[in-house]
Design a protein around this ligand. Structure first.
Ligand SMILES: NC(=O)c1ccc[n+]([C@@H]2O[C@H](COP(=O)([O-])OP(=O)(O)OC[C@H]3O[C@@H](n4cnc5c(N)ncnc54)[C@H](O)[C@@H]3O)[C@@H](O)[C@H]2O)c1
Length: 383
Protein backbone atom coordinates (compact mmCIF):
# COMPACT_ATOMS: atom_id res chain seq x y z
CA UNK A 1 0.00 0.00 0.00
CA UNK A 2 1.43 3.36 -1.04
CA UNK A 3 -0.12 6.74 -0.21
CA UNK A 4 0.62 9.70 -2.48
CA UNK A 5 -0.35 13.02 -0.87
CA UNK A 6 -0.91 15.97 -3.19
CA UNK A 7 -2.05 13.51 -5.88
CA UNK A 8 -4.07 16.15 -7.74
CA UNK A 9 -0.99 18.37 -8.07
CA UNK A 10 1.46 19.07 -10.88
CA UNK A 11 3.94 16.40 -9.65
CA UNK A 12 1.56 14.21 -7.63
CA UNK A 13 -0.74 13.35 -10.51
CA UNK A 14 2.01 11.94 -12.79
CA UNK A 15 3.57 10.15 -9.78
CA UNK A 16 0.21 8.50 -9.01
CA UNK A 17 -0.23 7.38 -12.63
CA UNK A 18 3.29 5.97 -12.92
CA UNK A 19 3.07 4.11 -9.61
CA UNK A 20 -0.25 2.58 -10.70
CA UNK A 21 1.36 1.40 -13.92
CA UNK A 22 4.70 0.25 -12.46
CA UNK A 23 3.24 -1.61 -9.49
CA UNK A 24 0.04 -3.28 -10.72
CA UNK A 25 -0.16 -5.58 -7.68
CA UNK A 26 0.18 -2.73 -5.21
CA UNK A 27 -2.71 -0.52 -3.99
CA UNK A 28 -2.03 3.17 -4.58
CA UNK A 29 -4.03 5.76 -2.62
CA UNK A 30 -4.05 9.34 -3.89
CA UNK A 31 -4.94 12.06 -1.35
CA UNK A 32 -5.72 15.72 -2.01
CA UNK A 33 -8.02 18.51 -0.84
CA UNK A 34 -7.89 20.25 -4.27
CA UNK A 35 -6.59 23.45 -2.66
CA UNK A 36 -4.19 24.14 -5.53
CA UNK A 37 -7.12 24.59 -7.90
CA UNK A 38 -8.58 27.22 -5.52
CA UNK A 39 -5.29 29.13 -5.05
CA UNK A 40 -4.79 29.54 -8.80
CA UNK A 41 -8.41 30.67 -9.18
CA UNK A 42 -7.95 33.10 -6.31
CA UNK A 43 -5.00 34.84 -7.99
CA UNK A 44 -7.05 35.05 -11.18
CA UNK A 45 -5.20 32.55 -13.35
CA UNK A 46 -5.68 29.14 -14.98
CA UNK A 47 -3.68 26.07 -15.92
CA UNK A 48 -2.61 26.53 -19.58
CA UNK A 49 -3.29 22.82 -20.13
CA UNK A 50 -6.87 21.82 -19.29
CA UNK A 51 -7.14 19.19 -16.56
CA UNK A 52 -10.06 16.94 -15.68
CA UNK A 53 -12.40 17.87 -12.83
CA UNK A 54 -11.66 16.13 -9.51
CA UNK A 55 -14.58 13.72 -9.96
CA UNK A 56 -13.53 12.82 -13.52
CA UNK A 57 -9.94 12.23 -12.34
CA UNK A 58 -11.20 10.02 -9.54
CA UNK A 59 -13.33 8.05 -12.01
CA UNK A 60 -10.38 7.66 -14.42
CA UNK A 61 -7.89 6.41 -11.82
CA UNK A 62 -10.40 4.05 -10.33
CA UNK A 63 -10.71 2.43 -13.79
CA UNK A 64 -7.02 1.47 -13.46
CA UNK A 65 -8.07 -1.06 -10.82
CA UNK A 66 -5.35 -0.54 -8.19
CA UNK A 67 -5.89 3.16 -7.40
CA UNK A 68 -8.29 4.97 -5.07
CA UNK A 69 -8.60 8.70 -4.61
CA UNK A 70 -9.41 10.09 -1.18
CA UNK A 71 -10.43 13.71 -0.64
CA UNK A 72 -9.29 15.22 2.64
CA UNK A 73 -7.28 17.90 4.37
CA UNK A 74 -4.00 16.74 5.90
CA UNK A 75 -4.13 19.52 8.50
CA UNK A 76 -7.04 17.62 10.08
CA UNK A 77 -5.82 15.21 12.76
CA UNK A 78 -8.98 13.09 12.42
CA UNK A 79 -8.56 12.73 8.67
CA UNK A 80 -4.87 11.76 8.87
CA UNK A 81 -5.52 9.34 11.72
CA UNK A 82 -8.22 7.63 9.62
CA UNK A 83 -5.94 7.56 6.56
CA UNK A 84 -3.06 5.84 8.33
CA UNK A 85 -5.26 3.45 10.35
CA UNK A 86 -7.32 2.34 7.36
CA UNK A 87 -4.63 2.07 4.70
CA UNK A 88 -1.53 1.16 6.78
CA UNK A 89 0.89 2.28 4.06
CA UNK A 90 4.31 0.71 3.44
CA UNK A 91 5.37 4.01 1.90
CA UNK A 92 4.07 7.57 1.84
CA UNK A 93 5.10 9.89 -0.99
CA UNK A 94 4.31 13.22 0.64
CA UNK A 95 3.88 15.87 -2.06
CA UNK A 96 1.02 17.90 -0.56
CA UNK A 97 1.95 21.51 0.23
CA UNK A 98 1.30 25.13 -0.65
CA UNK A 99 4.35 25.26 -2.97
CA UNK A 100 4.59 28.89 -4.07
CA UNK A 101 7.15 31.28 -2.57
CA UNK A 102 5.53 34.45 -4.02
CA UNK A 103 2.07 33.34 -2.75
CA UNK A 104 3.49 32.86 0.75
CA UNK A 105 4.98 36.36 0.61
CA UNK A 106 1.72 38.18 -0.35
CA UNK A 107 0.67 38.96 3.22
CA UNK A 108 0.86 38.07 6.90
CA UNK A 109 -2.15 35.77 6.42
CA UNK A 110 -0.63 33.93 3.45
CA UNK A 111 2.67 33.36 5.29
CA UNK A 112 0.82 31.93 8.31
CA UNK A 113 -1.47 29.89 6.06
CA UNK A 114 1.47 28.40 4.13
CA UNK A 115 3.43 27.39 7.20
CA UNK A 116 0.36 26.09 9.03
CA UNK A 117 -0.77 24.09 6.00
CA UNK A 118 2.62 22.61 5.18
CA UNK A 119 3.99 22.03 8.65
CA UNK A 120 0.81 20.75 10.30
CA UNK A 121 0.21 18.35 7.38
CA UNK A 122 3.70 16.86 7.76
CA UNK A 123 3.51 16.74 11.56
CA UNK A 124 0.14 14.98 11.41
CA UNK A 125 1.55 12.29 9.10
CA UNK A 126 4.65 11.78 11.28
CA UNK A 127 2.62 11.53 14.49
CA UNK A 128 -0.01 9.27 12.93
CA UNK A 129 2.75 6.82 11.95
CA UNK A 130 4.19 6.96 15.45
CA UNK A 131 0.86 6.57 17.28
CA UNK A 132 -0.19 3.67 15.08
CA UNK A 133 3.09 1.72 15.41
CA UNK A 134 3.90 2.24 11.77
CA UNK A 135 7.44 3.54 12.04
CA UNK A 136 8.58 0.98 9.42
CA UNK A 137 6.77 3.00 6.78
CA UNK A 138 9.13 4.64 4.27
CA UNK A 139 8.40 8.37 4.50
CA UNK A 140 9.37 10.05 1.23
CA UNK A 141 8.91 13.81 1.23
CA UNK A 142 9.32 16.61 -1.29
CA UNK A 143 11.29 19.41 0.31
CA UNK A 144 13.25 21.89 -1.82
CA UNK A 145 16.77 22.87 -2.85
CA UNK A 146 15.65 26.36 -1.75
CA UNK A 147 16.37 25.45 1.89
CA UNK A 148 20.12 25.82 1.27
CA UNK A 149 19.97 29.51 0.31
CA UNK A 150 22.84 30.75 -1.81
CA UNK A 151 26.12 30.00 -0.02
CA UNK A 152 29.49 30.81 -1.59
CA UNK A 153 30.67 27.17 -1.61
CA UNK A 154 29.44 23.91 -3.19
CA UNK A 155 26.13 22.89 -1.61
CA UNK A 156 26.35 19.41 -0.06
CA UNK A 157 23.58 16.80 -0.20
CA UNK A 158 21.93 17.52 3.15
CA UNK A 159 24.86 17.06 5.50
CA UNK A 160 28.45 18.24 5.75
CA UNK A 161 31.44 17.93 8.00
CA UNK A 162 32.39 20.97 10.02
CA UNK A 163 35.38 21.77 12.13
CA UNK A 164 35.01 24.31 14.93
CA UNK A 165 37.51 25.17 17.64
CA UNK A 166 39.29 21.86 17.29
CA UNK A 167 36.13 19.67 17.20
CA UNK A 168 34.65 17.96 14.13
CA UNK A 169 31.18 16.66 13.35
CA UNK A 170 28.84 15.81 10.47
CA UNK A 171 25.78 18.07 10.76
CA UNK A 172 22.72 19.02 8.69
CA UNK A 173 23.48 21.95 6.39
CA UNK A 174 22.09 25.21 7.82
CA UNK A 175 18.72 26.38 6.54
CA UNK A 176 19.05 29.73 4.77
CA UNK A 177 15.78 29.85 2.87
CA UNK A 178 14.55 33.07 1.27
CA UNK A 179 10.76 32.93 1.64
CA UNK A 180 8.09 31.88 4.14
CA UNK A 181 7.24 28.95 1.85
CA UNK A 182 10.87 27.79 1.70
CA UNK A 183 11.07 28.20 5.50
CA UNK A 184 8.07 25.87 5.84
CA UNK A 185 10.22 23.20 4.16
CA UNK A 186 13.10 23.93 6.58
CA UNK A 187 10.63 23.36 9.44
CA UNK A 188 9.46 20.11 7.81
CA UNK A 189 13.07 18.95 7.52
CA UNK A 190 13.71 19.67 11.21
CA UNK A 191 10.61 17.72 12.21
CA UNK A 192 11.35 14.78 9.90
CA UNK A 193 14.95 14.61 11.11
CA UNK A 194 13.69 14.60 14.68
CA UNK A 195 11.26 11.77 13.86
CA UNK A 196 14.21 9.81 12.42
CA UNK A 197 16.49 10.51 15.39
CA UNK A 198 13.91 10.02 18.15
CA UNK A 199 11.72 7.28 16.70
CA UNK A 200 13.86 5.68 13.98
CA UNK A 201 11.50 6.58 11.11
CA UNK A 202 13.12 5.97 7.70
CA UNK A 203 12.96 9.20 5.74
CA UNK A 204 13.90 10.03 2.15
CA UNK A 205 14.12 13.82 2.06
CA UNK A 206 14.01 14.84 -1.60
CA UNK A 207 15.26 18.38 -2.16
CA UNK A 208 13.29 19.13 -5.30
CA UNK A 209 14.74 21.74 -7.69
CA UNK A 210 12.68 23.89 -10.10
CA UNK A 211 10.58 21.30 -11.91
CA UNK A 212 10.26 21.83 -15.65
CA UNK A 213 8.13 20.00 -18.18
CA UNK A 214 4.58 19.55 -19.35
CA UNK A 215 4.09 15.81 -19.81
CA UNK A 216 5.26 12.35 -18.80
CA UNK A 217 4.61 9.05 -20.56
CA UNK A 218 1.41 8.58 -18.51
CA UNK A 219 0.31 12.17 -17.82
CA UNK A 220 -0.58 13.68 -21.18
CA UNK A 221 -3.56 14.36 -23.43
CA UNK A 222 -6.74 13.56 -21.50
CA UNK A 223 -4.67 12.57 -18.45
CA UNK A 224 -2.55 15.76 -18.59
CA UNK A 225 -1.11 17.35 -15.48
CA UNK A 226 -1.60 21.07 -14.77
CA UNK A 227 0.72 23.72 -16.24
CA UNK A 228 0.79 27.13 -14.55
CA UNK A 229 2.50 30.17 -16.05
CA UNK A 230 1.43 33.06 -13.78
CA UNK A 231 3.66 35.10 -11.47
CA UNK A 232 2.66 33.12 -8.34
CA UNK A 233 2.45 29.51 -9.49
CA UNK A 234 4.43 29.44 -12.73
CA UNK A 235 8.08 28.50 -12.21
CA UNK A 236 10.58 30.56 -14.21
CA UNK A 237 11.03 28.00 -17.01
CA UNK A 238 7.26 27.69 -17.46
CA UNK A 239 6.76 31.47 -17.44
CA UNK A 240 9.53 31.99 -20.00
CA UNK A 241 8.14 29.30 -22.34
CA UNK A 242 4.61 30.72 -22.08
CA UNK A 243 5.94 34.27 -22.67
CA UNK A 244 7.86 33.04 -25.73
CA UNK A 245 4.80 31.47 -27.31
CA UNK A 246 2.87 34.74 -27.33
CA UNK A 247 5.85 36.96 -28.21
CA UNK A 248 6.01 38.56 -24.74
CA UNK A 249 9.59 39.49 -23.79
CA UNK A 250 11.30 37.10 -21.38
CA UNK A 251 11.31 39.03 -18.10
CA UNK A 252 14.65 38.32 -16.42
CA UNK A 253 14.68 39.60 -12.82
CA UNK A 254 17.62 41.98 -12.33
CA UNK A 255 20.91 40.98 -13.96
CA UNK A 256 19.86 37.34 -14.12
CA UNK A 257 23.27 36.16 -12.99
CA UNK A 258 21.85 34.06 -10.16
CA UNK A 259 22.35 30.30 -10.67
CA UNK A 260 19.22 28.22 -9.96
CA UNK A 261 18.86 24.44 -9.84
CA UNK A 262 16.49 22.64 -12.25
CA UNK A 263 15.07 19.16 -12.83
CA UNK A 264 12.84 17.77 -15.56
CA UNK A 265 9.32 16.65 -14.63
CA UNK A 266 10.16 13.22 -16.06
CA UNK A 267 13.17 12.68 -13.75
CA UNK A 268 11.35 14.19 -10.79
CA UNK A 269 8.46 11.73 -11.19
CA UNK A 270 10.71 8.76 -11.93
CA UNK A 271 12.84 9.34 -8.85
CA UNK A 272 9.81 9.49 -6.51
CA UNK A 273 8.56 6.23 -8.03
CA UNK A 274 11.97 4.56 -7.60
CA UNK A 275 12.06 5.64 -3.94
CA UNK A 276 8.56 4.28 -3.33
CA UNK A 277 9.72 0.93 -4.71
CA UNK A 278 12.61 0.80 -2.21
CA UNK A 279 12.68 0.29 1.54
CA UNK A 280 13.71 3.33 3.54
CA UNK A 281 17.08 3.38 5.23
CA UNK A 282 17.82 5.98 7.89
CA UNK A 283 17.67 9.64 6.88
CA UNK A 284 18.63 10.00 3.21
CA UNK A 285 18.83 13.30 1.37
CA UNK A 286 18.62 13.53 -2.42
CA UNK A 287 19.39 16.81 -4.21
CA UNK A 288 16.93 16.18 -7.03
CA UNK A 289 18.60 18.37 -9.65
CA UNK A 290 20.41 18.24 -12.96
CA UNK A 291 22.55 21.18 -11.75
CA UNK A 292 22.32 24.96 -11.75
CA UNK A 293 21.78 27.32 -14.69
CA UNK A 294 21.96 31.12 -14.54
CA UNK A 295 18.62 32.78 -15.26
CA UNK A 296 20.00 34.82 -18.14
CA UNK A 297 21.48 31.64 -19.69
CA UNK A 298 18.13 29.94 -19.23
CA UNK A 299 16.45 32.81 -21.11
CA UNK A 300 19.00 32.40 -23.94
CA UNK A 301 18.45 28.62 -23.98
CA UNK A 302 14.70 29.15 -24.35
CA UNK A 303 15.26 31.87 -26.96
CA UNK A 304 17.38 29.46 -29.05
CA UNK A 305 14.97 26.56 -28.59
CA UNK A 306 12.08 28.78 -29.71
CA UNK A 307 13.94 29.63 -32.90
CA UNK A 308 14.91 26.01 -33.62
CA UNK A 309 11.65 24.30 -32.60
CA UNK A 310 8.92 26.71 -33.60
CA UNK A 311 10.68 29.45 -35.59
CA UNK A 312 9.77 32.14 -33.05
CA UNK A 313 11.96 35.10 -32.18
CA UNK A 314 11.70 36.45 -28.65
CA UNK A 315 13.38 39.34 -26.85
CA UNK A 316 15.00 39.19 -23.39
CA UNK A 317 14.11 42.08 -21.08
CA UNK A 318 15.70 42.77 -17.69
CA UNK A 319 13.13 44.02 -15.13
CA UNK A 320 13.64 45.15 -11.49
CA UNK A 321 13.94 42.07 -9.30
CA UNK A 322 10.77 41.62 -7.17
CA UNK A 323 12.63 39.06 -5.03
CA UNK A 324 15.16 39.69 -2.28
CA UNK A 325 18.03 37.51 -3.47
CA UNK A 326 21.66 37.63 -4.60
CA UNK A 327 21.63 38.71 -8.24
CA UNK A 328 25.01 37.17 -8.93
CA UNK A 329 25.55 33.70 -7.59
CA UNK A 330 27.60 30.81 -8.88
CA UNK A 331 25.50 27.93 -7.59
CA UNK A 332 27.32 24.61 -7.39
CA UNK A 333 25.18 21.81 -5.97
CA UNK A 334 26.18 18.23 -5.25
CA UNK A 335 23.81 15.47 -6.39
CA UNK A 336 25.65 12.15 -6.11
CA UNK A 337 22.89 10.35 -4.10
CA UNK A 338 20.33 11.50 -6.61
CA UNK A 339 22.53 10.48 -9.57
CA UNK A 340 22.94 7.04 -8.04
CA UNK A 341 19.17 6.70 -7.65
CA UNK A 342 18.84 7.55 -11.36
CA UNK A 343 21.65 5.14 -12.36
CA UNK A 344 23.70 8.08 -13.55
CA UNK A 345 21.15 9.12 -16.19
CA UNK A 346 19.71 12.59 -15.69
CA UNK A 347 17.76 14.28 -18.45
CA UNK A 348 18.70 17.58 -20.04
CA UNK A 349 16.67 20.74 -19.47
CA UNK A 350 16.38 21.24 -23.25
CA UNK A 351 14.27 18.06 -23.53
CA UNK A 352 11.77 19.51 -21.05
CA UNK A 353 11.69 22.83 -22.92
CA UNK A 354 10.94 21.05 -26.22
CA UNK A 355 8.17 19.10 -24.45
CA UNK A 356 6.65 22.37 -23.17
CA UNK A 357 6.66 24.04 -26.60
CA UNK A 358 5.06 20.98 -28.20
CA UNK A 359 2.37 20.81 -25.50
CA UNK A 360 1.57 24.54 -25.33
CA UNK A 361 1.52 25.34 -29.07
CA UNK A 362 -2.22 24.72 -29.20
CA UNK A 363 -2.81 26.66 -25.94
CA UNK A 364 -1.57 30.09 -27.05
CA UNK A 365 -5.01 31.69 -26.85
CA UNK A 366 -5.33 30.85 -23.11
CA UNK A 367 -1.88 32.27 -22.38
CA UNK A 368 -2.74 35.40 -24.41
CA UNK A 369 -6.01 35.82 -22.46
CA UNK A 370 -4.19 35.62 -19.10
CA UNK A 371 -0.93 37.37 -20.02
CA UNK A 372 -1.51 40.10 -17.38
CA UNK A 373 -0.96 37.27 -14.83
CA UNK A 374 2.77 37.22 -15.67
CA UNK A 375 2.89 40.21 -13.30
CA UNK A 376 2.35 40.37 -9.52
CA UNK A 377 -1.03 41.63 -8.29
CA UNK A 378 0.55 44.71 -6.70
CA UNK A 379 1.87 45.90 -10.08
CA UNK A 380 -1.62 45.47 -11.53
CA UNK A 381 -3.13 47.62 -8.77
CA UNK A 382 -4.96 44.54 -7.39
CA UNK A 383 -4.98 43.52 -3.75
N1 LIG B 1 7.02 22.24 -8.75
C1 LIG B 1 8.22 22.62 -8.33
O1 LIG B 1 9.00 23.25 -9.08
C2 LIG B 1 8.69 22.27 -6.93
C3 LIG B 1 9.98 22.67 -6.54
C4 LIG B 1 10.42 22.37 -5.25
C5 LIG B 1 9.60 21.65 -4.38
N2 LIG B 1 8.35 21.29 -4.79
C6 LIG B 1 7.52 20.56 -3.82
O2 LIG B 1 6.96 19.40 -4.45
C7 LIG B 1 5.67 19.12 -3.93
C8 LIG B 1 4.64 19.06 -5.07
O3 LIG B 1 4.66 20.32 -5.74
P1 LIG B 1 3.73 20.65 -6.97
O4 LIG B 1 4.46 21.57 -7.85
O5 LIG B 1 3.16 19.40 -7.53
O6 LIG B 1 2.59 21.50 -6.25
P2 LIG B 1 0.99 21.41 -6.41
O7 LIG B 1 0.40 22.57 -5.70
O8 LIG B 1 0.63 21.24 -7.85
O9 LIG B 1 0.66 20.05 -5.64
C9 LIG B 1 0.45 20.00 -4.25
C10 LIG B 1 -0.91 19.36 -4.02
O10 LIG B 1 -1.11 19.25 -2.60
C11 LIG B 1 -2.46 19.53 -2.33
N3 LIG B 1 -2.53 19.99 -0.93
C12 LIG B 1 -1.97 21.10 -0.39
N4 LIG B 1 -2.25 21.20 0.91
C13 LIG B 1 -3.00 20.12 1.23
C14 LIG B 1 -3.62 19.66 2.42
N5 LIG B 1 -3.54 20.36 3.56
N6 LIG B 1 -4.33 18.51 2.37
C15 LIG B 1 -4.44 17.79 1.23
N7 LIG B 1 -3.88 18.18 0.06
C16 LIG B 1 -3.19 19.34 0.06
C17 LIG B 1 -2.85 20.62 -3.32
O11 LIG B 1 -4.23 20.69 -3.55
C18 LIG B 1 -2.07 20.20 -4.57
O12 LIG B 1 -2.85 19.42 -5.44
C19 LIG B 1 5.38 20.22 -2.90
O13 LIG B 1 5.75 19.78 -1.64
C20 LIG B 1 6.31 21.35 -3.33
O14 LIG B 1 6.62 22.21 -2.28
C21 LIG B 1 7.87 21.58 -6.04
Amino acid sequence: MIIVTGADGYIGWPVLLRLADRLPDERIIGVDNFARRRWVEEIGSVSAVPIMTPSKRREKVEELGNVSFVEGDLTSKEFVEMLIKVYQPDAIVHLAAQPSAPYSQISWEKAVYTQYNNNVSTLNLLWALKENDMLNTHFIAATTTGVYGAPEYPIPEGFYEIEYKGGRDVVPHPHMAGSFYHMSKCNDINNMYLAYKQWGLNVSDVRVAIVTGATTEEAKDELATRFDFDFYFGVVTHRFCAQTLIGYPLTVYGKGLQGKPFITLEDCVESFVRLAEKDGSGYQVYNQTLGAVKIVDLARMIQEAAMEEIGLEVEIKHVPNPRVEKEEHEMVIENSNFKKLMNGKIKDLKEAIRDIFATLESRKSVIEAYKDRFLPKALLGER
